[in-house]
Design a protein around this ligand. Structure first.
Ligand code: CA
Length: 521
């Protein structure tokens, strides 16, 4: 057996987690060293779970990441497994009186000379893939669009070899919804902005039903899409209820025919060398465990710093997983206005959860807990490290799109749900996605490459053809967090230039999932 390894995040922490695969048995002797005085485990402790390093009195704070992640419900002796049943979760910190832009980090040293091969769009954004997207106004058309998209792939794509694929932007919205209710603007603008994702080359192709609430003109009002690039003067949508459609085949023929001019233009594009600053990277985690905050997420934090230094844009998100660190975020905001925008988004989300009679603690899953995360506070502390150390320069409400001047580290306020977060980051203009997982999530997006990072070597070994990077090597002592961040940075430039991720290799992708806080009718 390998030597017992406990990982403590900060010298003031009174717990550390077990890094060893399979956990450690009762009686294991931990030598004095990196976690302070030596100790003997009083019981078996699973991998990722916490061990008390000192006596913790009832009511005393259990500290990890230098913050109280919980309070002890009873006395806990050194060497005990500090599991969820021994702990009380702290109350959420108030959104009043937070530090505003009080701890702005000095600007990070610029990192120059890094480039990738991307597709430059008319609006100045850059695609990492060259995809034909078919925008849909309503779920009713999804079945027909699916069949048409299949036919385009089989019959037309071989004629347009520069085009990487066809993406049908299908969703559950569009009708049967209270379309004017507060909050309905979120799914609508999300769909609008996804159609304009840099990976779609400014080509907007729309299929509608005809009778739906979300009419094409409402989804894409005049001026919202680059008509000039598309060579159009008005929005042309294939409408399935149009009188000239006689039978199913005519609908399919019409969609396939209307794809041709878009494919012609996309096919004429070529990759060209662009600076790394053209990357818009969305980061998120899913299926987290206690190692997420020790290996993969800190590696992504190091990556985020490199990207910001290179002038790129990095989005971090997941409201419920940053809520307990709101004071750290508002302090790191580049200005009081940015700090207030963070508070505004999180206050709105608190109210949204309150309406559903829950709070942020509804986030943690049975898998998170089995992986060693006792509560949302502990999960959040491990989650926010993905944002690295740069000042937070912008805040983006859900479904909004980044303006070209909104660079650097951005808090894109989204739910933590993997697919909703990914969908909203696509709307924001993400051209590359980094996703960390500890429990294991076979996640992929059709519109954008997803680089998946495993928190544990065991997961990376078992899911060897799903995980792109093994950050578990950090816990194994093979590489440092900084080395892992640098490796990710280099890999991202390759993926942005066309190297396929495992998800792309298998054509593995999840559905778009809209965030709709408004009522359904
Ligand atoms: Ca997530």
């Amino acid at each position: 057996m390998t030597a017992p390894l406990l990982l403590r995040m900060h010298p003031e922490d009174n717990v550390a987690i077990v890094a060893n695969e399979g956990g450690l048995p009762a009686g294991t002797v931990i030598e004095a060293g990196c976690v302070g005085a030596g100790l003997i485990l009083r019981e078996k402790v699973p991998q990722g779970h916490k061990v008390s390093l000192q006596p913790i009195e009832a009511g005393q704070a259990v500290r990890r990441y230098q913050v109280p992640i919980a309070y002890a419900l009873q006395q806990i002796e050194p060497g005990r497994w500090v599991h969820e049943c021994l702990l009380r979760m702290p109350a959420a910190c108030s959104l009043e009186g937070l530090p505003l832009a009080s701890a702005i980090r000095p600007a990070l040293e610029p990192l120059q000379g890094h480039t990738f091969e991307g597709y430059v769009n008319a609006d100045g954004s850059v695609g990492t893939r060259n995809l034909l997207a078919i925008t849909t106004t309503v779920q009713c058309v999804a079945g027909v669009v699916d069949i048409a998209a299949d036919r385009i792939r089989r019959e037309l794509l071989p004629l347009y070899p520069q085009v990487d694929g066809v993406v049908a932007l299908e969703h559950s919205y569009g009708c049967g919804v209270a379309i004017d209710a507060p909050g309905a603007e979120i799914p609508i603008r999300t769909l609008r902005h996804i159609s304009l994702n840099p990976n779609f080359g400014g080509e907007v192709m729309v299929v509608s039903l005809g009778c739906e609430k979300l009419q094409p003109e409402r989804l894409l009002p005049a001026g919202s899409i680059p008509m000039v690039a598309a060579g159009q003067t008005t929005l042309h949508a294939v409408c399935l209820q149009d009188a000239h459609h006689i039978g199913f085949a005519s609908m399919i023929d019409d969609i396939v025919l209307s794809a041709r001019p878009h494919l012609e233009r996309l096919n004429a594009r070529r990759r060209q060398t662009v600076p790394a600053s053209a990357l818009v990277v969305g980061v998120q985690c899913g299926g987290s465990d206690a190692l997420s905050g020790v290996t993969a997420n800190p590696a992504v934090g190091a990556l985020a710093d490199l990207l910001v230094r290179a002038g790129a844009t990095v989005m971090f998100s997941e409201n419920t997983e940053v809520r307990d660190a709101v004071d750290q975020l508002t302090a790191r905001a580049a200005s009081p206005e940015v700090a207030q925008a963070i508070v505004r988004e999180l206050a709105w989300y608190d109210q949204y959860l309150h309406r559903g009679q829950v709070d942020r603690s509804a986030n943690t899953t049975p898998g998170n807990k089995a992986g060693g995360l006792s509560n949302i506070v502990e999960k959040a502390m491990g989650s926010i490290v993905k944002s690295g150390s740069a000042a937070i320069s912008h805040v983006l409400p859900p479904g909004e799109k980044l303006r070209p001047d909104q660079r650097g580290l951005v808090f894109a306020a989204t739910p933590a749900s993997d697919f909703i977060c990914g969908t909203l980051q696509l709307a924001a203009g993400m051209n590359l996605h980094v996703f960390t997982t500890g429990r294991g999530t076979p996640y992929g997006l059709q519109a954008c490459p997803v680089v998946k990072v495993a928190t544990r070597t065991d997961l990376a070994r078992r899911w060897h053809d799903l995980m792109d990077v093994n950050a578990g090597r950090i816990a194994d002592g093979q590489i440092s967090v900084e080395q892992a961040g640098r490796e990710l940075f280099d890999l991202l430039l390759e993926v942005a230039s066309g190297k396929r991720t495992w998800a792309e290799h298998w054509k593995l992708h999840n559905a778009l999932v809209l965030f709709n806080p408004a009522p359904i009718t």
